[in-house]
Structures are given as C-alpha cells and as structure tokens.
Design a protein around this ligand. Structure first.
Ligand SMILES: *Cc1c(COP(=O)(O)O)cnc(C)c1O
Length: 344
C-alpha cells in the first residue's frame, strides 16, 4: 500500500499466503456443519482459547450479539462499560434484536470497571428490577487507547460473578494483542470468561470474520442465534481458510505493531501542537490537537490525506492511529512528517 492507512487495523488486506489458502480450501455446506475448513478453524480457535467449542461468525458485532443473546433472555440485564464497543458501536443490537437491557458503568482509564461499581450495579431480587445476568468486559480496550486489562483484575471480577451467580463475556476483538503485550497465552486471559469473541479481520489480517468460543452447550445455543441473525453461511471455508493462516502466522508479529506504535507516539510527541494521550499500550496511538492549533480537525485530516496519510477521528480534536501488518517503519516516518508539515 502506497497510502499509509492508519484509520484502523480493519483496513488490512489478506496476505498472499491467505489468498493462496483461500483458493485451495476444501469446502462444504457450513449450515449443515459440513465445511471442513470452517470446522478446523473453529477447533483451532477453541483450543487456543481453552474452550470446548468455537463458532465462526461474520463479524465481531455478530459474535458479541450472538453471545449476549445466548446468555440473556428478553428483559435480562448485562453490565458493561460506558466506553465499550458493544454499548457504543454495535447499533444497539442487544436491545433492538434481543430485548437485553444494558447497565453502563464508567470505564476507568485502563479499560476496567471498578469492582465496587459492578457490585453496586447487580440488581437485588425484586419485581421492580430487571434480572442481572451477565458482565461483559473488553480486552484490549478500544476506546481506552488499546489498554490491556490484566488477568488479576478479570479474576477478581470472576470471583464476584461466581458469588452472585453471573455469567461473563469477553469482547476480545484484539485479545491476541493483549496476550502479546502481557506475554501470557490467550487461553489464560480467556479462562475467567464463559464466552469470548475475537476478530480475525483486524490486526490478524484476515478479510472477514470473528470466532466466538465457549462451552459446547453455549455454542449450540449461539449457533441457532447465528442462524436467526442470518449469519448461517454456506461454503464459508473460503473465508475460514484465511482465518487459519491468521492464527498460524500472524500472532507473534503483533509485537512489531506495538513497537511501531511506541515509535510513532515518540515521533508525534516531537511535533509542536500534538499531545499523545494515553501512552500506547498495544497497537493504537491517540493524539489530541493542542490549544495553539487553529486548523480545524477536518482540514487536518484532509491535508494529511493529500500527503497519503489516513487517520481516524475520534473526538472534536482527537485522532486514532492504528498500527498493523501493512504499516512499516517508512510508514511511521511518513505519518510523523505529514503531521509536522500540516501543523507547521
Ligand atoms: C472491531 C471491534 C468489534 C467488532 O467489530 P466488527 O467490525 O463487527 O467485526 C468488537 N469489539 C471491539 C472492541 C472492536 O474493536
């Protein structure tokens, strides 16, 4: 890519190895459970996360939706973060399609929810209240700067969930980034949760799809819900083949993205008028225009674009830059120079 596209890690194209695997993939009708490539991906994913079973879904949004609908009935309540992707960016699907009520707790800067806040949000058994059923967490935490939620914290939440007989779901869209940042296997981070989704289509570079993992019984339920949502795909092995390559080859290199994020942050800190906040923990850099900058946000984006650099806008004067497979060291340098020229 000649363009330095830092808007998201979703812009990643499949690698040549993925395209070859897609062309060669054995396929069958996955609605009948007969696609060997989908089955293999689901088994691999479940194994990596230490769960009994996996379900290939069209997107992270569909994975979170199917999971929450499998855990909760109509009128039940899920406790989640006010900055969580499920609350902010999934079109309200859990309530629109599942009748699931949400209780939003403010996310702390590190992406976590205060244990006391969760405890206070759990409803007593009273006819006035919805039934609290589920706690949903996110790791890495997108809107908290790609923050990594530590295992010790999720174990504390698990203890509370056990005490109050609640279920736990993890939106692990970038779970492998968290695993690499913490130097711990993904299955350890997934262990406290009843269900976990992760995206193949972000930093792992696959063109489409996510996998939802959990117990065999849970996945049976989620499978029916996926069908209800119109997510039963047929020869989906063509897509799953890229996912298998992603799991086999794209994990270890995530550390490179994290190193480049730090390098990009260091470069941007040297540009007058830019404030990097927070310090990047994984593959995302968030920058804010300082008060001395008169240029409008939209103009900054436009002028960066003229220089071949694309960034995401996440606030009135705030940008998100995401590192991924298709951004190399030259791309990082080009991004820093482009900001320097535009803000000069
Ligand atoms: C990207 C993302 C999702 C799902 O996104 P899709 O575009 O539907 O695949 C879910 N949660 C988080 C935290 C994400 O970043």
């Amino acid at each position: 890519m000649d363009i330095v596209d830092l808007r998201s890690d979703t812009v990643t194209h499949p690698t040549p190895e993925m395209r070859a695997a897609m062309a060669a993939a054995p396929v069958g009708d996955d609605v009948y459970g007969e696609d060997p490539t989908v089955n293999r991906l689901q088994e691999m994913a479940a194994d990596m996360l230490g769960k009994e079973a996996g379900l290939f879904v069209a997107s992270g949004t569909m994975g979170n939706l199917a999971a929450i609908l499998a855990h909760c009935g109509r009128g039940d309540e899920v406790i989640l973060g006010s900055k969580s992707h499920t609350f902010l960016f999934e079109a309200g699907g859990i309530s629109a399609l599942g009748g699931v009520h949400s209780c939003q707790i403010p996310n702390r800067a590190d992406g976590s929810l205060a244990i006391e806040d969760i405890r206070a949000a759990i409803r007593p058994d009273d006819a006035h209240y919805p039934v609290t059923r589920l706690i949903s967490l996110e790791n890495t935490h997108n809107r908290c700067g790609g923050a990594v939620v530590p295992l010790e914290y999720t174990l504390e939440v698990r203890a509370l969930a056990d005490e109050r007989r609640l279920l736990m779901h993890l939106d692990g869209a970038r779970l492998f980034n968290a695993a690499v940042a913490l130097g711990r296997p993904a299955r350890e981070l997934a262990a406290p949760f009843d269900s976990v989704t992760f995206c193949l289509s972000k930093a792992l570079c696959a063109p489409v799809g996510s996998v939802l993992c959990g117990s065999r019984e849970f996945i049976r339920k989620a499978h029916r819900i996926r069908k209800q949502l119109g997510g039963g795909m047929r020869q989906a092995g063509i897509l799953a083949a890229a996912g298998i390559v992603a799991l086999e080859t794209m994990m270890d290199r995530l550390a490179e993205d994290h190193a480049r994020a730090r390098k990009l942050a260091d470069g941007l800190k040297q540009v007058a008028g830019l404030i990097v906040d927070p310090e990047p923990a994984t593959n995302m850099v968030f920058v804010q225009l300082g008060p001395q900058i008169q240029l409008e946000t939209a103009r900054v984006v436009e002028r960066l674009k003229e220089r071949g650099v694309l960034v995401g806008v996440v606030g009135s004067r705030r940008f998100r830059l995401v590192l991924h497979y298709w951004i190399d060291d030259v791309g990082v340098e080009r991004a820093v120079s482009a900001f320097r020229e535009v803000l000069a």
